[in-house]
Design a binder for this molecule. Structure first.
Ligand code: ZN
Length: 186
């Protein structure tokens, strides 16, 4: 068990679709542990394996009403949408109004290879969508409306972490925000 370095936007692993898990072994259980520890340490509300440089379809989450992990997920989304601010541990300090489906049903597997279904609305639905996107090489700024996305790209270019990371900066400081994730990014 160990806390891993969180990869920041600009790292190609974040825009590469992750591979499905095929072997449900001790290595996978260790990955779930590392993800959970790294998320809690950040602290974050969710974390996907590509964010620690592992291109496998695994994510973890931890919000007030629910926590857990999910492997090889597929999503079923409601047509109705929700508003809300969203952030990401791979974009330190940045949050944007991000449209998402109001309700999500995620089907996948637990670390023992048993099928599981996670259903959620509002924040849990948002987390399931954000993390499943990570596994498909999609980051949350890809979900922004055009004007908001332009703003985000400018903010990213102006951020002190973008393209400037050195090995010492493994734990970037980022401001907490009073948003629906209770100030914790995904
Ligand atoms: Zn994220």
């Amino acid at each position: 068990m160990s806390i891993q370095e969180i990869r920041l936007f600009g790292d190609p692993v974040l825009t590469t679709p992750a591979s499905p898990v095929t072997t449900f072994d001790k290595e996978l259980r260790n990955l779930v542990k590392d993800l959970t520890e790294t998320m809690l340490d950040a602290p974050g509300a969710g974390l996907a394996a590509p964010q620690i440089g592992v291109s496998l379809q695994v994510f973890v989450w931890n919000i007030e009403e629910s926590d857990g992990h999910l492997i090889n997920p597929t999503l079923d989304l409601s047509a109705d949408l929700q508003d809300g601010e969203e952030g990401c541990l791979s974009f330190p300090g940045l949050t944007y109004e991000t449209p998402r489906a109001f309700r999500a049903v995620a089907k996948g597997f637990n670390m023992h290879g048993e099928p599981v279904t996670i259903e959620g609305t509002e924040l849990l639905a948002r987390v399931l969508q954000h993390e499943t996107d990570h596994l498909n090489g999609i980051v949350f700024i890809d979900r922004l409306l055009l004007e908001e996305r332009k703003l985000a790209m400018a903010d990213i270019r102006n951020s002190d972490w973008f393209g400037e990371r050195t090995p010492e900066q493994v734990a970037p400081i980022f401001k907490l925000s009073p948003h629906p994730t209770n100030g914790r990014a995904l």
